[in-house]
Design a protein around this ligand. Structure first.
Ligand SMILES: *[C@@H]1O[C@H](CO)[C@@H](O)[C@H](O)[C@H]1NC(C)=O
Ligand SMILES: *[C@@H]1O[C@H](CO)[C@@H](O)[C@H](O)[C@H]1NC(C)=O
Ligand SMILES: *[C@@H]1O[C@H](CO)[C@@H](O)[C@H](O)[C@H]1NC(C)=O
Ligand SMILES: *[C@@H]1O[C@H](CO)[C@@H](O)[C@H](O)[C@H]1NC(C)=O
Ligand SMILES: *[C@@H]1O[C@H](CO)[C@@H](O)[C@H](O)[C@H]1NC(C)=O
Ligand SMILES: *[C@@H]1O[C@H](CO)[C@@H](O)[C@H](O)[C@H]1NC(C)=O
Length: 466
């Protein structure tokens, strides 16, 4: 009897030790795998940097517009493609006869549910040779909002023979079975590479660019547009990306003025055929395109993703640029500013408008009462991103950061999103007086007047308020 019990103890003892040993072996194996994987990726990065990358399309002027894919009646569209040198966002990398030098990121409009289990990129070279790469990621981005079409993000890894200089593809098209014409007559878009290829692996430039939501519905508020640009310039922004659906003649003149000054890019955003079945004129594709453009093409470190009625307002620093200079430690994908409202219906307080100014009713200066309640992060909040840290961007938050990056919610005493709404959502909200935006007043009034005078000389520098 006693012997049997002893046997059982021994049995349990051996089983447990066996189990522990197995677990340790598995853990050891996993840690080895991780270390090898990390080392492989480090080696890959070093190897990647040793190659030469001549630009395959030196005359391409980065002017994208929406184009049909294959069968036109399906209304599938492609907009842009970027060469993304970050190998750490590629799942299966190679480092043998071929090495992974990054990926191509393509933005398209496709049905929210596409029947195909696989999408491929067809890459085309300067000599018109081409081949197919199966996409590693392809899917509708967030914020479909129950529409039949969605903005898609497609990622095809790019592996090349280990020889320098690297032969890079010039253009890319999408190919998938349910749209047979996409294979038979591909719709190529030029691949956007850095303007300056020698900055491919350089540190990003510590400047702020601004991604502005599509300008549509015959947008006509010129004064607001000028004030918006000048306000962000005072805060340290150096470049603006506009996407253009439809606007008044005056607005187009202002956009052209900033474009000629080298301050803005203006892209056609011809989504007219999807205004009914795609969330907010394809805004999801727009801000993702913009963030990739800022990173890949211009090497700008920051992109503020905002609308024309929104101002990111640091409360303790002199400007957005100052805030980022002092608070960004380099591993933040996005700084999330929480939302407070100012309302257009609220009375105009023009007390601080200097006597000599022509354009007196500026929205950031005449509206001085905001909602007391600060909305939670990710609800109507807006983000200034580190473009290197973004894989998928959302309207109010970062949906996917690159490995090693996380987002940061700006404390409400440090910064807020000032949202100047035309209509109030809940008009009974408690309002408090907030003069923070007025510290930009004296410069802002002068700069707005100066721009309006340059553009609308015949109207004596009045930017007409619609
Ligand atoms: C960009 O392309 C559109 C349409 O093809 C054209 O209307 C526009 O003038 C172009 N802009 C530039 C700056 O080339
Ligand atoms: C294009 O798509 C439409 C609608 O799905 C279909 O009726 C038509 O046959 C297709 N055309 C070609 C050339 O595949
Ligand atoms: C989505 O659309 C379907 C069909 O059009 C409708 O039945 C459903 O209620 C909608 N859902 C939401 C959340 O709007
Ligand atoms: C490209 O970038 C390099 C390194 O930053 C710089 O030295 C060079 O002047 C730039 N070339 C042009 C054409 O801007
Ligand atoms: C756009 O607005 C302008 C004036 O604000 C008007 O003349 C024009 O007809 C409008 N266009 C459309 C398509 O509504
Ligand atoms: C504020 O000023 C604008 C422009 O002068 C005017 O259209 C608007 O009616 C004014 N709002 C109020 C509440 O007085």
């Amino acid at each position: 009897m006693l012997a049997a019990q002893e046997n059982r103890f021994q049995y349990v003892y051996f089983t447990l030790s066996g189990l522990v040993a197995c677990i340790m072996l598995i853990l050891f194996y996993i840690s080895m795998r991780t270390t090898i994987n990390e080392r492989l990726r480090d080696d890959l990065k070093q190897m990647q940097r040793q190659l030469l990358y001549p630009k395959p399309n030196p005359h391409w002027n980065y002017n994208n517009s929406w184009r049909r894919i294959g069968n036109a009646s399906l209304r599938h569209e492609i907009y842009s493609a970027y060469f993304d040198a970050r190998t750490d966002i590629v799942g299966r990398v190679r480092l043998d006869e071929e090495i992974t030098i990054g990926s191509l990121r393509v933005f398209a409009i496709l049905p929210e549910r596409l029947r195909d289990s696989q999408i491929s990129c067809i890459v085309r070279f300067a000599d018109f040779s081409s081949y197919e790469i199966v996409a590693e990621e392809a899917g509708a981005m967030h914020d479909v909002h129950n529409n039949s079409f969605a903005a898609w993000s497609i990622m095809c890894p790019l592996h090349v023979a280990k020889s320098s200089p690297v032969q890079l593809p010039q253009a890319v098209a999408l190919s998938y079975g349910s749209n047979r014409l996409s294979q038979l007559s591909p719709s190529y878009v030029q691949i956007s590479y850095p303007r300056n290829m020698s900055e491919l692996f350089a540190k990003s430039r510590a400047t702020i660019s601004v991604c502005v939501g599509p300008i549509q519905e015959n947008y006509s508020n010129v004064l607001r547009l000028v004030e918006f640009v000048e306000m962000y310039r005072l805060q340290g922004a150096t470049h603006f990306y506009f996407y253009y659906v439809e606007a008044s003649e005056e607005v187009r003149r202002v956009l052209e003025h900033y474009r000629l000054q080298g301050l803005a890019d203006v892209f056609e955003w011809n989504v007219q055929s999807h205004l009914q079945d795609l969330h907010y004129a394809g805004i999801v594709a727009q801000f993702n395109d913009c963030v990739y453009r800022a990173n890949v093409v211009d090497n700008y470190r920051y992109a503020a993703v905002v609308d024309l009625d929104e101002v990111l307002m640091p409360l303790k620093h002199n400007s957005l640029a100052d805030y980022l200079r002092q608070c960004d430690e380099g591993r933040t994908s996005g700084f999330v500013f929480r939302n407070v409202f100012f309302y257009r219906k609220d009375s105009n307080d023009t007390f601080n408008a200097p006597a000599h100014v022509m354009n007196r009713v500026l929205y950031t200066q005449s509206k001085v009462r905001r909602t007391l309640e600060v909305l939670p992060a990710y609800i109507r909040s807006k983000v200034v991103v580190n473009t290197r840290g973004i894989v998928e961007m959302g309207n109010h938050q970062v949906y996917r950061s690159a490995p090693g990056y996380v987002d940061h919610i700006v404390h409400q005493t440090v910064g807020l999103l000032f949202h100047y709404r035309d209509k109030c959502i809940n008009c009974k909200m408690v309002l408090i007086v907030d003069y923070t935006a007025r510290r930009f007043g004296s410069l802002l009034f002068d700069r707005v007047d100066a721009t309006c005078l340059e553009v609308f000389m015949e109207r004596h520098g009045i930017c007409q308020l619609a």
